[in-house]
Design a protein around this ligand. Structure first.
Ligand SMILES: C[S@@+](CC[C@H](N)C(=O)[O-])C[C@H]1O[C@@H](n2cnc3c(N)ncnc32)[C@H](O)[C@@H]1O
Length: 156
């Protein structure tokens, strides 16, 4: 097994936990209400699921998309793309999620140094960019300045 970096806090489930928790994970293949999904985890391709989600129900979106690197996420391999292609991919990801956002929603987007320069122009074109919260996390407000708290947030 690959040795974990000392600050890696990824949670690993035991077999028994996987069995118990899997039963609670939703597959969403048709429109669902807010009540259907509150407090649940949905497993699926975001591009397919997002269209089935209720409109305007998201107050806080934490988006941790694949960075523009070759990376194997178990059964899904994300391949590094050219700059334009990554920007198109990210733009599409954002577009499918937009209808789910409440007009005053806050968005945190996680990214690495190399990818953040590609996504910031896309976010700036759509949202009010509030501030850089962490070296690699941007906080974006959808509404006016007054909707955005300028406090330092710690994301652990
Ligand atoms: C940078 S990682 C984020 C990991 C996450 N923050 C965590 O702690 O598990 C990007 C994640 O996006 C997932 N992903 C990539 N494309 C996706 C898609 N189309 N729909 C849903 N998830 C996707 C990958 O499987 C991977 O888990």
């Amino acid at each position: 097994m690959k040795r974990r970096a000392p600050r890696n806090r990824t949670l690993i489930c035991k077999e028994t936990e996987v069995d118990r928790l899997s039963a609670e994970v939703l597959q969403v293949e048709r429109p669902v209400s807010e009540k259907d999904i509150t407090g649940k985890v949905i497993r699926g391709d975001m591009f397919e699921v997002a269209g089935h989600l209720p409109k305007g129900f998201v107050d806080l979106l934490i988006l941790d998309p694949p960075y523009n690197l070759l990376k194997n996420y178990n059964d899904l391999t994300f391949k590094e793309k050219g700059r334009d292609d990554y920007q198109k991919w990210f733009q599409n990801a954002l577009e499918v999620l937009l209808p789910t956002l409440h007009p005053t929603a806050t968005i945190y987007v996680c990214s690495d140094w190399k990818t953040s320069v590609l996504i910031v122009p896309i976010l700036e074109a759509r949202f009010h960019l509030s501030r850089l919260e962490m070296p690699n996390c941007w906080r974006i407000g959808m509404g006016a300045d007054s909707n955005c708290e300028l406090k330092q947030h710690q994301i652990d």
